[in-house]
Design a protein. Structure first.
Length: 238
C-alpha cells in the first residue's frame, strides 16, 4: 500500500497523524455526512471497513444530462499506462438492495439520456427497477488532485466500496459494465471481451456479472443481446 493511500484510509477512519507542517492532508472527494451518533467500536481487523461505510459515499449528482462535449468510449489503452491509470469517472447505480451496477465514463461526463433509458429498460426486464428514473452516484479517480493514481490503489478503493455495499446493504449481484470495471474488480483478471456473460464470485460473497458497457450497447445491437443473455436469470424466481 502506498503512503498516500495509507494516509487516505487513516484520515477516513479519523486517525490523527503527526507529520511536518508543510505536508498537505489527503483530500477525500466522497460526500461525508456528520452525525451525532457515537462511533462504531470494532476490532482492528474488521473496523476498517465497518467505519468506512458511513464515509465512503459517492457524490450524488443530477440525473441524465446531455454532455456538452462528445463522449468517447473508454478503451484499455485510454485508462491504463503501465501501472498508472488516467483519470476516469465511475457511475454507480443501486436500483434495489441486491444489485449494484458499475459503468465507467470519461472524467466529468454523466450518462446520456438514451444510455440512462437503456439501463432502466434492462433493469425493468429483470424486475430490478420501478417506474421512475435512476440517478447515478459518481466516483471520480484519482481521489484528489495530484493524488495517487496507480492501478493497485484504484482496485483497493473500488473493492472497499463494493465490500461496504455487500456488507451493509445486502448486495448479491454486481454488474461490471465494460472494460474498466471488469479490470478493477474481476478476481480472475480475464480480458473483458473474452468473458462477456461470465459470473464470478467476489470476496464479500456477491457475484459479479460481466457485460458490455452502456456505450457499447448504444452502438452495437449484438451487445444488447449479450447483456440480456448475461442478466436474464436475475429475473427468474429464485
Amino acid at each position: 500500500m502506498t503512503p498516500d493511500l495509507r494516509d487516505w484510509y487513516l484520515s477516513t477512519l479519523g486517525i490523527v497523524q503527526y507529520r511536518p507542517r508543510e505536508v498537505d492532508a489527503v483530500e477525500l472527494p466522497f460526500h461525508v455526512e456528520l452525525t451525532a451518533e457515537p462511533p462504531v467500536v470494532a476490532s482492528p481487523a474488521v473496523g476498517a471497513v465497518d467505519q468506512i461505510v458511513e464515509l465512503l459515499q459517492p457524490r450524488q449528482e443530477q440525473p441524465a444530462v446531455e454532455p456538452a462535449k462528445v463522449e468517447q468510449p473508454l478503451k484499455e489503452n485510454d485508462y491504463q499506462a503501465g501501472e498508472q491509470l488516467a483519470p476516469f469517472r465511475l457511475a454507480c447505480w443501486q436500483p434495489c438492495d441486491d444489485l449494484l451496477v458499475l459503468n465507467a465514463f470519461s472524467p466529468g461526463l454523466q450518462p446520456r439520456a438514451d444510455e440512462s433509458a437503456l439501463l432502466v429498460n434492462l433493469l425493468r426486464t429483470i424486475e430490478r427497477c420501478g417506474e421512475g428514473s435512476l440517478s447515478p452516484e459518481f466516483i471520480d479517480w484519482p481521489l484528489s488532485h495530484g493524488g495517487i493514481s496507480d492501478l493497485d490503489a484504484a482496485k483497493t478503493m473500488l473493492s472497499v466500496f463494493v465490500d461496504v455495499r455487500i456488507r451493509k446493504r445486502g448486495v448479491l449481484w454486481v454488474l461490471l459494465m465494460g472494460e474498466l470495471p471488469t479490470s478493477l474488480l474481476l478476481p480472475s483478471q480475464q480480458v473483458h471481451s473474452e468473458v462477456i456473460g461470465l459470473v464470478e464470485e467476489l470476496a464479500g460473497g456477491a457475484r459479479a456479472i460481466v457485460t458490455p458497457s452502456l456505450q457499447e450497447m448504444m452502438t452495437d445491437h449484438i451487445s444488447k443481446r449479450d447483456t440480456w443473455r448475461a442478466i436474464q436469470h436475475l429475473g427468474q424466481p429464485q
